[in-house]
Ligand binder design. Sequence first.
Ligand SMILES: [Zn+2]
Length: 276
Amino acid sequence: MHLSTKYLAVAGMFLAAAAVGLLKNTDTPGADLHSDTALHPAPQSISIDTPDVLGVDTFSHDEFRTTIQETVLPGLIYLRLPPPITNNSDTDERIIRAAKTRGYRLQGVANSLLDSVDNEFLHPDAAQAWTLMKESALRENVELVLKSGYRSVEQQRELFLGRLSSIVGSVTNTSFPDWAIDAVLATASPPGFSRHHSGFTIDIADQSQPNFDLSAGYEWMSANNFESAKMFGFMPSYPTDTAAQGPNPESWEFVWVGKNATFSRPNRSDEVIRHD
Ligand SMILES: [Zn+2]
């Protein structure tokens, strides 16, 4: 992903080896704790408090995009072809071509049981992470609200067609002009191309500020390279300043990719500290 990952992965192995060595010593009554320091150096020589080693990783906005694209999430099936949109194949082709030019890609669609949370459906991993993140924000007086979770391909089709029809002013004429297609693609995915199909993607709001970009909620989520989001395994879905990613930037959308993706390495700090 980027250069620091390799270094941090090695640091993780180093800490794991040290932890195993310490465990062995505690299992052996009377063992000389200092006899094999070459195999596992004294714990205080490991800078376990260094945020770079134990904390969440740092990502450029393009790295958020590629990490979300490359992270394999459970319980998804992948469409081989874009689903129909307008029942007019020429129009559909123009929509798909324009969407791909903007950076839209076909997305995984949830194919496992989803949990109901805050009147939305999410994959259980994302639902639990969302709840914990919401509670953490609330402890700092930030009231985050879940606005949208899982969306089926058919729901996205209705949403996309509704936007197109409202721009053109007709629900019957399906030969939508390119300018209308481009206008809708700036803010809405065609069916099959929405990250909401996965059950891992959330739209959130801040109760106290309708414009999420200006809200305390966004400040809380995005501060320090989206540290709060990453602490719970979330990444910004469509951040600013990225290469073609589909829609215009969306400050309110986040994708759960898991802590294995957001943290520098598996978080084993508690074990190591206990054995000190
Ligand atoms: Zn969204």
